[in-house]
Design a protein around this ligand. Structure first.
Ligand code: SF4
Ligand code: SF4
Length: 187
């Protein structure tokens, strides 16, 4: 977080958004509020001694230098991560800019990735705090509040020769479709 800056070509450089959006248990820092050690837009006041949780976190923009600059979290107001347990792509949105993901350019990318992910039974989910929205190639499906262990099932339906999906919320479902607590996603 805040200045980890890896991936050769990329550095956090002025972005500190993960120090706001994510839960840091060892600091009792809640998701969605600035860390007390963060100077927003500048960096971490305890960089050398920051917790392991912070050292180990890298967002997708830092890790994947094929992502366009407009996805840099301080510009997009969205942090992309891929959860290792299920491979889902999460787009965690700054609640102060809750509609940021609806910008045409960003939403087009999310839908394009949703199409690719769907082939592997993986999904793209937008979170504003714990409120989830499932992005499908041709649908946007509000899922509402998603708590740990909750999930959903997709049922393909065919109308007028076109496939779409009906989404059913579920309690305990198979691991591959369950949604872990979004605050715990890491790099
Ligand atoms: S969100 Fe990404 S770019 Fe921004 S400070 Fe965190 S790791 Fe760096
Ligand atoms: S300790 Fe530093 S790196 Fe970790 S959340 Fe706080 S400001 Fe960010």
């Amino acid at each position: 977080m805040a200045g980890n800056g890896v991936s050769g070509n990329r550095s956090c450089d002025g972005c500190t958004l993960c120090c706001k959006l994510f839960h840091v248990p060892v600091l009792q820092k809640q998701a969605g509020t600035w860390c007390r050690h963060c100077s927003p837009g500048t960096g971490c006041a305890i960089h050398g001694e920051r917790p392991d949780h912070c050292r180990e976190f890298f967002c997708q923009w830092i890790k994947n230098d094929t992502l366009p600059d407009y996805w840099k979290p301080d510009r997009s107001r969205i942090i992309l991560t891929q959860f290792p347990d299920n491979g889902f792509l999460y787009a965690q949105v700054d609640p102060a800019r809750a509609d940021a993901w609806r910008q045409a350019k960003l939403l087009a990318d999310l839908k394009r990735w949703a199409r690719l992910f769907l082939k592997g039974r993986k999904h793209v989910i937008v979170f504003v705090e714990s409120n989830a929205t499932l992005i499908l190639p041709d649908q946007i499906v509000p899922l509402g509040l998603m708590r740990p262990g909750e999930g959903f099932r997709l049922k393909p339906v065919f109308r007028d020769g076109r496939r779409s999906f009906e989404v059913e919320r579920a309690g305990a479902v198979s691991t591959s479709l369950s949604i872990p607590q979004p605050q715990l996603i890491g790099g």
